[in-house]
Ligand binder design. Sequence first.
Ligand code: XIL
Length: 396
Amino acid sequence: MNHIIQLFSISLLTIALSACGGGSNKPKSSSAARSSVAPSSTAASSSVASLSVALKTLTTMPIGVAVNAADEAYNISDSTAQQRVVTHHFNQLTAGNIMKMSYLHPSENSFTYTDADALITFASDNGMSVHGHALIWHSDYQVPTWMKDYPGDKTAWLAMLETHVKTIATHYSGKVASWDVVNEAIEDGGGYRNSIFYQKTQADYIEQAFINANASDSTADLYYNDYNIEADTAKMATLETMLDGFDTRDVPIDGVGFQMHIYMDYPSITTIKASFQKIVNRNLKVKISELDIPINNPYSSAYQGGDIKTTLTTELSRAQKKRYCEVVTAYLEAVPANLRGGVTIWGVADPSSWLISFLFDNKHDDWPLIFDANYSEKPAVQGVADALNNQPCTNQ
Ligand code: XIL
């Protein structure tokens, strides 16, 4: 794919994230949220397809999944069918939304932990760890309004963010395995993102967040998390410069999360491996933090020429199986065991994927995840298993 088109695609994604308008996955206010994550009396889907060998048993690294909770659509508390596959295959959860800034810190002097605490209890009751996501993220819909309006100079902003990070990291100390401390602070094409945090503090908020998170929770692994760093070498170059500065100044960071919202045809496995290698070379952990692989690529010339896949054929689902296998294999080959933060898939059932609204604007279906609408395993589950079992990646 043309690199410029790809940058354009990510810009659109960013605009979509900033606007966060509409869509079935749009997060709602947590005020009306249920306060527990318990199996509901809703009967599981009539399909009780058998499950293959649990992915989590095939490796020692975390195998994670993002789940919805509280008052979100597709929340895990409403579906025993979803709980069944999640607890079978995964040993780590990421909250898709409910641990973001606006959910945990809705007004300056109040922190609301009820929904996230319930999710953490659900995880620990089922032998799963939690990856915290995210202490600082610019995306407009989830920076609390009071914070956007926060008065004061750079010193006041850094103090306000210190309270934010330290209060939340202290609350979850010992309860989360890791944090995305700062999410998406680097711009496509390189340079720091001109977010509200950057406007108020320049890049200082980034390293201060790591210092403050570490001061409040010295055991959790602390990650910088971003998208397209597996493909955009200029964006990666800014990240490398930032990491080198952290190293010089002894800023505590454990790893880099590669979101990996990628495509079937982009980027190449060679490119992905080379990007992982840059982080491994710094002796930092690499986590695939938000993996999804849609069948359609709206920025490809095929799609733009009208070749839109509206049915998941056997052939396509097997091609996706191969792609999932190749990505996880690339990760295992590039990242030594001691630096593997694990692999997390961004959602459970295909129709719940954020890409349906954010990437495809609800214009047609897609199937980016590894379970179908009934929580049955797609061939992609076998693709991940093949990689973890060190087997060849095939579309058979
Ligand atoms: C997405 C969620 O999946 C959606 O439900 C929400 O409406 C918007 O955010 N990068 C991230 C995630 O770090 O937090 C985003 O999650 C997807 C892109």
